[in-house]
Design a protein around this ligand. Sequence first.
Ligand code: GLN
Length: 269
Amino acid sequence: MSPPTTPPCASSTPASAVADVGVCLVYPDLLGTYGDGGNARILAQRLRWRGIGAEVVTVRLGDRLPATCELYVLGGGEDRPQALAAAELRRDGALSRAAEGGAAVLAVCAGVQVVGRRFLTADGIVDGAGLVDLDTVRGLPARAVGELAVDPDPGLGLPRLSGYENHAGATTLGPGVQPLGTVVRGVGNGTGHGDGFVAGRMLGTYLHGPVLARNLEVADLLLSWVVGTLPPLEQPAADAEARGLRAERLAAAVGGGARAWWRRYQRGT
Ligand code: GLN
């Protein structure tokens, strides 16, 4: 393997002295299903549309992970690549250091499982990066595939969220970890009625879409955690289009067939 390369925001300059907000896209070559890397682009663009400089730092397997970015984004993946990602994150330690230092983390699907304590794959139990007290096993009646709609915890001030899911893992949150919200349609964590988690400045969800393209308010929540009160957008028209798409998808997902879908899913048919 070639020696690790150091991406720009891995310099020894403290984050506070760097003009641009660093959005680190973590191992998109391992955790990059369903265009989840788009979440990093959306975070950066929504900062730029507010006149705030932002840079996406893409870190692939073999690159050194910077501990100095303000935001970290982990996407979905298949079992073996996600096991490799977890091993790298544990060995490297930079993501844990960044999170302990106050960076925000968005973890989607395999990303949720990877930041947890351990997860079960077809090859056996794998240790996660251990950032969040959660465990994932194979406990679903059938693979969870399809629309996912979530009512977020009211304290988060977010509207109903839309996306889709495709996973075999069922995630149990530790006692101090709250779900992102309640599943209205679909499976989510698959243990109880919750989807994802919120722990400090870390937010996880089984929503693909990419989740931030469908749910811009989640992007702004993450951004507010690292830059504080957000100035108004210079491109508000783009938001109206995204909200229209979400309304359309939610109407399709939560409409009349949702209960029948749930009964079929539980029967495994
Ligand atoms: N491999 C994991 C599972 O099947 C995550 C899948 C995903 O990220 N879409 O549970």
